[in-house]
Write a protein that binds this ligand. Structure first.
Ligand code: ADP
Ligand code: 5GP
Length: 213
């Protein structure tokens, strides 16, 4: 008998810009059978970013139209641009029993948890602010002005850690990936009332077969 949970789990990953969220999420996708939500944003694409893969790049008008249609699970203004999670794909995947990752900012994570209380919030911390600056500068995708804006918000973002379920310090990348995966595996063993009924029903079904043999 296979004991599978009914619905997929929604893992929400946040942390200051440059802390390594994207790097960790990429590894999680390569190593596990999970999906990631592609957000919509009004930010300008960076070199190498692909529409529909990195983000759905949209104008402010298109974004506001999607807000008006109720198309977002959550959205927020982050560093002066809109970012939002299209609702349909996430809901569909979870219903299919697939795990979904959202890589979103703290405001979005807190809003998403209100809409979907079963979601699991994971905060990725840098080993130090000095290393955070080195990483964001080393990535070489932002201007000095944007880097300073993002770094100035880092401590404020970290102050929301008490709203999260878990934290992972991304010092050595392989350790951070393993820790994040460990959290995800542990969450699949969490006793959730809705899932317990589903699991017990499976045993009850099996018992019926036994007694009729
Ligand atoms: P975020 O998605 O949080 O903005 P990225 O994943 O883009 O951050 O990482 C920022 C930069 O830091 C990238 O150049 C990435 O290769 C590098 N990086 C990520 N994790 C580590 C780590 N543990 N040690 C050193 N460099 C890292
Ligand atoms: P970046 O511009 O570096 O790709 O992302 C900037 C910030 O926006 C990051 O903190 C990232 O997690 C967040 N972000 C990306 N997509 C979404 C989203 O759909 N919703 C929210 N609220 N934040 C997002």
């Amino acid at each position: 008998m296979e004991i599978a949970e009914k619905k997929g789990k929604l893992f929400i990953i946040s942390g200051p810009s440059g802390t390594g969220k994207g790097t960790i999420c990429k590894a999680l996708l390569e190593r596990n059978d999970i999906d990631i939500s592609v957000s919509m944003t009004t930010r300008t694409p960076r070199e190498g970013e692909i529409h529909g893969v990195s983000y759905y790049f949209a104008t402010r008008e298109e974004f506001e139209q999607t807000i008006a249609e109720g198309g977002f699970l959550e959205y927020a203004d982050v560093f002066g641009n809109y970012y939002g999670t299209p609702k349909a794909m996430v809901v569909e995947k979870l219903q299919q029993g697939r795990d979904v990752i959202l890589e979103i900012d703290v405001q979005g994570a807190i809003d998403a948890k209100k809409v979907y209380p079963e979601s699991i919030l994971i905060f990725i911390l840098p080993p130090s602010l000095k290393e955070l600056r080195a990483r964001i500068e080393g990535r070489g995708t932002e201007t000095e002005e944007v880097i300073n804006l993002r770094l100035s918000k880092a401590l404020e973002e970290m102050s929301y850690i008490d709203k999260y379920d878990y934290f992972v310090v991304n010092d050595i990348i392989d350790d951070a990936i393993i820790r994040t995966e460990a959290i995800m595996h542990a969450e699949h063993g969490r006793v959730v009332p809705e899932d317990v009924k589903y699991i017990l029903d499976k045993y009850k079904e099996e018992e019926k077969c036994y007694t009729h043999q």
